[in-house]
Design a protein around this ligand. Structure first.
Ligand SMILES: O=C(O)CCC(=O)C(=O)O
Ligand SMILES: [Mn+2]
Length: 206
């Protein structure tokens, strides 16, 4: 990507003060123009899957579409689903290079979520699967409509945070955040356009 075509991208970060974890927010890691290009490419070309989970013997569709990419041989268990990774596409590699660069790590996999409308969501959880290791670094890129990201502390119920994640933004979660906090993207009663979220991860022992 020729950065001169996208002068409004910025690697400026805000540290979001939070107890028991680290949160950094890059409001415009990707410019609106390049974010539009990424959004369209991913929405059209990714083979989006409607996964299902089993809950109390019932099969329930996840309230969003997903896809899983990564270095060769990455398998990921997510809500009881095992998914083999697909190889990086040119667009995903380009996004990953920018994200790796500001995060100071090398992610080896990414979970893509497509929220087609306001009824699509992700419920309270931590990204604390054993294959991510202790204190995982999770990098979250946002494309398309702004959705609200909520965090709540697992022990101290008075601790909560809410962050709106706009087109082109990047949220870096690190330290003990996944140990002490859960997060969600709630449904909304207000109409919301499609959004794609990419959560970059590092699978250990590969
Ligand atoms: O869509 C988001 O902002 C969060 C997605 C998420 O938490 C996940 O995939 O683990
Ligand atoms: Mn998550």
């Amino acid at each position: 990507m020729n950065l001169e075509l996208f002068p409004e991208a910025s690697e400026e970060a805000e540290v979001i003060p939070i107890q028991d974890g680290d949160l950094s927010f890059y409001p415009r890691l990707f410019s609106p123009g390049e974010s539009d290009v990424f959004f369209r490419d991913l929405k059209e070309k990714v083979d989006w899957k409607q996964e299902e989970i089993k809950l109390y013997g019932k099969v329930i569709p996840l309230p969003r579409l997903t896809a899983w990419f990564g270095d060769e041989g990455m398998a990921y268990v997510y809500s009881g689903i095992t998914v083999e990774s697909q190889p990086w596409t040119k667009t995903l590699q380009e996004i990953k290079d920018r994200v790796d660069n500001v995060s100071g790590v090398k992610f080896n996999s990414v979970l893509l979520n497509l929220y087609e409308h306001e009824r699509h969501s992700v419920s309270w959880h931590s990204d604390d699967e054993p294959e991510l290791g202790k204190d995982p670094t999770i990098g979250s890129v946002n494309l398309g409509a702004t959705r609200r990201f909520r965090l709540k502390h697992k022990k101290d119920k008075t601790l909560k945070k809410s962050i709106d994640l706009p087109h082109g933004s990047y949220l870096l979660m690190a330290g003990s955040l996944q140990h002490y906090w859960v997060h969600q993207v709630p449904k909304s009663s207000r109409k919301i356009d499609p959004r794609i979220n990419l959560t970059f991860r590092i699978i250990q022992n590969v």
